[in-house]
Design a protein around this ligand. Sequence first.
Ligand code: CMC
Length: 385
Amino acid sequence: MSSNTKEIDLSQYPYMDKGLEGIVAFSSRKSFIDGQKGELYYAGYDIDTLARNSTFEEVCFLLWHERLPNKSELDSLNTTLREERDLPAEVLTYLRTANKASEPMSVLRTAVSMLADSDPESADTSAEATLRKSVRLTAKLPAIIAGFDRSREGKEILAPLKKKSIAYDFLYMLNGEEPGENAERVMDVLLITHAEHGMNASTFTCRSICATMSDLHSAVTGAIGSLKGPLHGGANTAVMNMLLQLDKDTDIIEFVKGKLERKEKIMGFGHRVYKTYDPRAKFLRTMAKDLASEVDMEYLYEWSESIVKVMKEEKNIDPNVDFFSATVYYSMGIKPDLYTTIFAMARVSGWTAHYLEQLAKNRLIRPRLLYLGERDLEYTPVESR
Ligand code: CMC
């Protein structure tokens, strides 16, 4: 019997077991993050400019093609995105029969996987077919999310109106009434700010699946599973669950300090790449303030600001995208357990853009492990153990 560990100089592997922090594994033209300055660009355009001026559909085109569309290209994409919003019958049946207590992210993951069954090009991994499937997936995710939410409430699943933006149709299918201009714009900005973010965990999952030459539906299904975790996209739901534990008598400073003393994470804070204010959080902070006051929920924004202050003083950690987005969603009347599905509805554009990029210069992703176990153990039959 010999143990491997004694012979290994672990200092040769300084990056090991550090969650790949700082490792540059891919080159990309999709997005750029400056974690020190707090800047984010999608294919050359800074997030603030896009959030103020563009639409989610335009951002999808930008991420897929690495340039902004001209008018006729955008019109054509909008038309296809509208036409492709219907769900196949088997997915509608699934949404009607799924366990009402299921997590919406689990239902979304299953339904996206099911979409492959009815997609005529599901197994075609050519760039052309992948782009067409990217458009179809982006068009259909909102109908899945809204459909399950209505079905679990015993309401009829609504067909898309197909007349306006993804944001507009999503809010219609969810609430059963056509949204006003302001609500549509807020949802559109949420989708823009969540569309793409470098080599995050779910995008890494998507690229790893793509690199085996598996199909787009498999890659997006895997990415949804990765996004679901509370250290990634699931943080926005966790933020609201935390805010809902508070009331007007809560001492926020003691609440936060207590959590930190117990070594609990405060959801919606911290980031692997940003060492300063997440630029998306900056944008969403203003939206959260305005919206919370519109619906007489200023207290949510005020509690949030108090938490930001304590976290800065105690840990010097700033909020990330998930912190203020929770208040924005809540002020719009959206249920907390749907927040991560809306993140997925936006990020599908980034995932599919990365799939296309990986496909264009593919090599199997296959890192190594350092084995620390024993070798040459003697095998004893089960009866003798
Ligand atoms: N609350 C309290 N302490 C924190 C937090 C937090 N949210 N985030 C980091 N820290 C502390 C952590 O305890 C550690 O302190 P110490 O060195 O004293 O042990 C230090 O900061 C480094 O933290 P880490 O967990 O090693 O950092 P990481 O780069 O591995 O993790 C993170 C990044 C985002 C997973 C982490 O900050 C976190 O768990 N945040 C809460 C969950 C969250 O909001 N996730 C959403 C991320 S942004 C959107 C997305 O990508 O989906």
